[in-house]
Ligand binder design. Structure first.
Ligand code: HAM
Length: 414
């Protein structure tokens, strides 16, 4: 048997129904906030992802040479593709430009529960306005999407990358040395961050100050101990979020984010029920356009880990039951098959989900089959009924049967 590649999944019908259900909820919220959908290619020129992050990112992504000798990568995320698209074709749109996307991403990771090599992100980017109200709008949408999905237990951790960057700069760390340090701090790998900070010329005291800052978590008042521009900015974002009624937000100056492009606020959302891979959303403000050949434009965005959110909803028992077929049409003999096709066509035309026997089964076997696929009703098309221009309608739940005239069947099923 040929197996699927490691870290990928197949989705059976029940799973796809849950996925489409969540997708449609997310889509509805994004549209309610005035965001419009875009789509970009699943593969891009590798350079799009290495320009900001450097060649190290190649270890974490799927990249290859195509037959024309081009370096190609499967997209690991959709922010860089969205910004490339913006620079290529969307700069004339009125701003702020609010877009959302839903699609698969690929990362060369060690697969485990909630972490895959092919996974799906539902994300949004607000392009063109570097201010607290834009940031609050984006965080508010992320929060609304997660709470609107029905998830009960989640939290939002909000920080500002400027707080740590300022401290590193004050301690004499050059900008180009910051990414590896920030990446270690992001993962709270302090023992690995210390030698990097020391190499960048930081004193012991400033190193411990930076590490201490990553542990600052709590209500907005914790910012009082960290006066400065970044802190004032965060306070404003938090107060707008309060106006919007966004709940479950706390300050966390340890939110650093794994990706290198953030310049301002950064935030993450967790679903504690997921354990190790509990982060269901990540985002922040950034500017990438100038890197891709455009003018500098600030944006704020986020991506929700679609698969993880679904896992969390399942753990909370909140995914919808499988969809049921409204009616299954059973001819009682070969002679009645043509009549059965006419009936099933009539139901489908009226918007009733209906199926008909395609296996030439006996009535008994058809009833069993209808039960196994969870059909709500069976429409029995028989000679006796036909003589009265009727069919028998059987409720599979109660077992009750009734004779229904052919022209009343749609009404009876609705
Ligand atoms: P990210 O934090 O790398 O951010 O990914 C966003 C979310 O995708 C994560 O919070 C997580 O839920 C999910 N995710 C990441 N990797 C995996 C995986 N291997 N398996 C399953 N789920 C995963 C970004 O990608 C940024 N582009 C977000 C953003 C948009 N920032 C600004 N705009």
């Amino acid at each position: 048997m040929i197996q699927r590649p490691r870290g990928t999944r197949d989705f059976p019908p029940e799973e796809m129904e849950k996925r489409r259900f969540l997708e449609s909820r997310f889509r509805r919220e994004a549209e309610l906030y005035g965001f419009r959908e875009i789509a970009t290619p699943i593969f891009e020129n590798t350079e799009l992802f290495t320009l900001k992050s450097g060649p190290n990112i190649l270890d974490e992504i799927y990249s290859f040479e195509d037959k024309g000798g081009r370096q190609i990568a499967l997209r690991p995320e959709l922010t860089a593709p969205t910004m490339r698209f913006f620079v290529n074709d969307l700069t004339n749109y009125p701003r702020p430009l609010k877009v959302f996307y839903f699609g698969q991403c690929f990362r060369y990771e060690r697969p485990q529960s909630g972490r895959y090599r092919e996974f799906f992100q539902f994300g949004a980017e607000l392009i063109g306005a570097p201010n607290p109200e834009s940031d609050a709008e984006v965080i508010g949408l992320a929060a609304q999407m997660v709470s609107g999905s029905g998830l009960g237990a989640y939290n939002i951790r909000l920080g500002h990358i400027g707080v740590l960057r300022d401290k590193l700069r004050e301690a004499g760390v050059p900008t180009e040395s910051m990414p590896p340090i920030l990446q270690k701090l992001d993962k709270k790998l302090y023992d690995e961050a210390r030698p990097l900070m020391s190499k960048a010329g930081m004193s012991l005291a400033s190193m411990e100050d930076v590490i201490g800052t990553t542990g600052i978590v709590g209500p907005p008042s914790v910012l009082d101990d960290y006066p400065g521009e970044a802190s004032d900015y965060l306070k404003e974002v938090l107060s707008i979020l309060a106006d919007y009624g966004t709940v479950n937000v706390q300050v966390d100056l340890g939110v650093v984010r794994g990706l290198d492009y953030y310049t301002g606020i950064v935030f993450e959302m967790d679903a504690p029920c997921l354990g190790a891979e509990k982060q269901i959303c990540g985002g922040g403000s950034y500017s990438l356009t100038e890197l891709f050949g455009g003018e500098k434009v600030f944006s704020t965005g986020f991506a929700i880990g679609f698969d993880r959110t679904l896992l969390a909803l399942e753990r909370e028992g909140l995914t919808p039951p499988p969809r049921k077929l409204d009616a299954y049409v059973v001819p009682t003999s070969d002679a009645m098959r043509r009549q059965a096709y006419v009936v099933v066509a009539q139901l489908r035309k009226a918007g009733i989900s209906a199926d008909v026997d395609l296996m030439r089964r006996s009535v008994g076997k058809n009833l069993k089959y209808a039960d196994s696929i969870g059909a709500k009703k069976v429409v029995i098309v028989g000679e006796k009924e036909a003589a009265q221009a009727s069919v028998t309608l059987r409720d599979l739940g109660s077992g009750k049967q009734e004779l229904v005239p052919l022209d009343g069947i749609v009404a009876a099923l609705k």
